[in-house]
Design a protein around this ligand. Sequence first.
Ligand SMILES: Nc1ncnc2c1ncn2[C@@H]1O[C@H](COP(=O)(O)OP(=O)(O)OP(=O)(O)O)[C@@H](O)[C@H]1O
Length: 267
Amino acid sequence: MQNILSVQSLTKKFDDFTAVKDISFNVKTGSIFAFLGPNGAGKSTTIKMLTTVLKPTTGEISINGFNALKEQDRARASFGIVFQDHSLDEELTAYENIVYHAVIYKVPKKERAERVRKALEIVGLWDRREDYVKKYSGGMKRRLEIARALVHYPKILFLDEPTVGLDPQTRRSIWNHIKSLNQEKGMTIFLTTHYMEEAEAVADHIAIIDHGKIIESGTVEEIKKRTETESLEDAFLKLTGRDIRDENNESGIKMRTIRSMRRRNRN
Ligand SMILES: Nc1ncnc2c1ncn2[C@@H]1O[C@H](COP(=O)(O)OP(=O)(O)OP(=O)(O)O)[C@@H](O)[C@H]1O
């Protein structure tokens, strides 16, 4: 199996603070890769570098065979992104949001309508396409963001906390959509999540980052075996000394959710 994403000696410094320290890893084509770590570990900084939002201080990133630093446009065309905070236009319909994205990504005009329809069908929102996004629930918005990330046919989808702030039933539905994209469309998924049991259930490969360094990586079974633990959550605790759902983390999630709700309410 080939690697769709290859990262070598990636480092990011903010002045004299090093947020990501010389990390290297590969993501196999067609796999689900979970990137886990406590708050402030360096996950978002890494995802931003992988998706060309942030320039690495040093290191190499290859996406779908393209150098993410030197062939940015082709690298960008190879991936879709769903960030933690909503970035949909609430004053447009679901359909209009997706079309807008298709135009930005230069999807040829004659293919546009068909691709938008398919993307909305995949996440089960075709029948609600004419609704304004401001009428959507949190789960529907997240599904719409996934549809939007699919319209230019990416080879790899980056999902930063795709289920944060959603109720358990909606989380399950989002994971079902993600799994079917992976299994039926062969799309590679790179995700971060605070829900260890969800990572354990869906991911083929896990990498755990702490203080900017990858401290463990492998399949769930390999990690449990090496750490002599019964669950990924216990392994995480043993490796980082911190529960991913400890007080600080929970408040971190709450803060982010509050921030994104405030932003939504302002719209
Ligand atoms: N622009 C910046 N300038 C200075 N420091 C930064 C900047 N962005 C991130 N950092 C710092 O880098 C470290 C890693 O942050 P990052 O957001 O990547 O962590 P994270 O693992 O994504 O955490 P979370 O789960 O809270 O999103 C943190 O100590 C953070 O304060």
